[in-house]
Design a protein around this ligand. Sequence first.
Ligand SMILES: C[C@H](N)C(=O)N1CCC[C@H]1C(=O)O
Length: 632
Amino acid sequence: VKRSSTLNNNKVLGYPISIFFIVVNEFCERFSYYGMRAVLVLYFKYFLRWDNDLATSIYHTFVALCYLTPILGAIIADSWLGKFKTIIYLSIVYAIGQVTMAVSAIHDITDKDRDGTPDNMTFHVAMSMVGLFLIALGTGGIKPCVSAFGGDQFSEHQEKQRRTFFSVFYLCINGGSLLSTIITPILRAQECGIYTQEKCYSLAFGVPAALMVVALVVFIVGSGMYYKAEPQGNIMLDVCKCIGFAISNRVRHRGKQYPKRKHWMDWAEDRYDKLLIAQIKMVLKVLFLYIPLPMFWTLFDQKGSRWTLQATTMDGNFGALVIQPDQMQTVNPILILTLVPIMDSLIYPLIQKCVNFTPLRRMTVGMLMAAIAFVCAGLVQIEIDKTLPTFPSASQSQFVNGMGMALNVSTPGVYVGLIDSSYYSNYSLVNNGKIIFTIWSDTQACNYSREFGFGSSYTFYIPGNLVCQNDITATEDIKPNTAHMALQIPQYFFITAGEVMFSVTGLEFSYSQAPNNMKAVLQAGWLLTVAIGNFIVLIVAEVAKIPEQWAEYILFASLLIVVCVIFSIMAHFYTYINPAEIEAQFMKKGDDNDEDDKKQLQKGMEMVKRNSTGSHSYDGDDDDDERKKTKM
Ligand SMILES: C[C@H](N)C(=O)N1CCC[C@H]1C(=O)O
């Protein structure tokens, strides 16, 4: 059990200085992660030349892997290396992964014929896969350790400061995410190369790689100031063995002649330490509560897929600002940066005055907010559907050549093609805004310009006697999108408000309810809910196959409401504990004899029982040693 005296005494405004290094590390690491992620699908599609399906599947598999590997990192940290060393070693792996990605995106390496396209794609694919694997191992591995390590820097009586730390931590995540998702697409759009200038994916991956190195250096600089809890042996192996023994012992003693025990884990008492059993009970209680939580992430993670696709059917013209569909996602981190301070300093204290707004209640409301966000998305979809024809695909246009000779048509970045005489081109994807086409044959060339609204589609007729601009006639196959992207703001607001209540609170809750030697493991359990949520998106999208998009949104909202009701019932029966206090009861026994052992155990269990009566209220704000014991 951690004692205040073992913690570093360097403090600023009541906060340990060490957390400064931890939050800066998190900012740089999240910049690195989200920055790389922002251009990943485009890299797959345009550099590695994969089709949409393969690019999307590998992308989601990578994201899911990033939230599965925390279990590995947590086990290494809690059982073997400790959080500090685990963060250092896995950050090195992470940085190597990012550098590998940056190198894999240098087309010149294999571009022997210097035409701008890599000649040995297998090399680039293999390097990218190795890079992504190392990144997933690194980012996932350190994630539960960094948050838990941050929590470790606070002593038992600094609960309020620790809660603020988790809010600031979340702000840093989103600050890094916001900046990088703005910056790396700009870097990608630059042209670079030794022989041929191409889109600069190596720079878009290189800058996140550099930020990961900065993250590592910052973390190492803080080294002398951290409180570093020692790992306590191979705890996960002990946990598994203990659970296994409890189950087998229970099965062996099935008959009526054997007296019942209060908890099935108590069947492990014959062989295992009572402290370990009590700790396992704490962890299992929280993990049980996590079962419904992936559903929140199922909805949340559709921002990057369904909602972005929805935005492609909307008008992104905000006057001076023209927003691209994928840029709407930055609304989430922007709102996080605004909402976290407002919630912490205004909304929570106000609600707290009326009701005891416990962490689990906050998370329940967060889930409801996410469901409301999807109802909003459904309503917006109905609005869009009123305006949307189905053929041809939005934003595509074609030319019909009425001249007696073949013509070439192109715009900067798009070659529509060579159109034979009296023939028509394929539909080509054209950006919105003012587009200038160059039309040329062996004998003449001219420019034709036209304003393209978001999502509009045209067929252009080139007459036999082409002079240019005024000769070409256009028919509008699809009207420009009329539903404005601003309509998505309410759904972004609700999902982000939900995220603040659900995710920030859940992060802190996972820390506060974990026994000392399993803090990282429980953080990893929390992150596992994100991974499962991502898998559910893939499964539901495949299985449900609902033709109407608005109906799919409403289905997801309804599912989350059902899950939310289940969660609130489970949460009602959950009792907040103070793991340190329970652990202390067992530690105190020291060299005492068996009789004392029993008394201590009785006391510890009574405390757990007392907690479940909810006699104290969760005031969410005290600095003293008052214990937090309450029902949801
Ligand atoms: C960018 C999101 N707003 C966010 O902060 N997160 C999404 C998954 C968990 C969390 C993160 O740690 O990145």
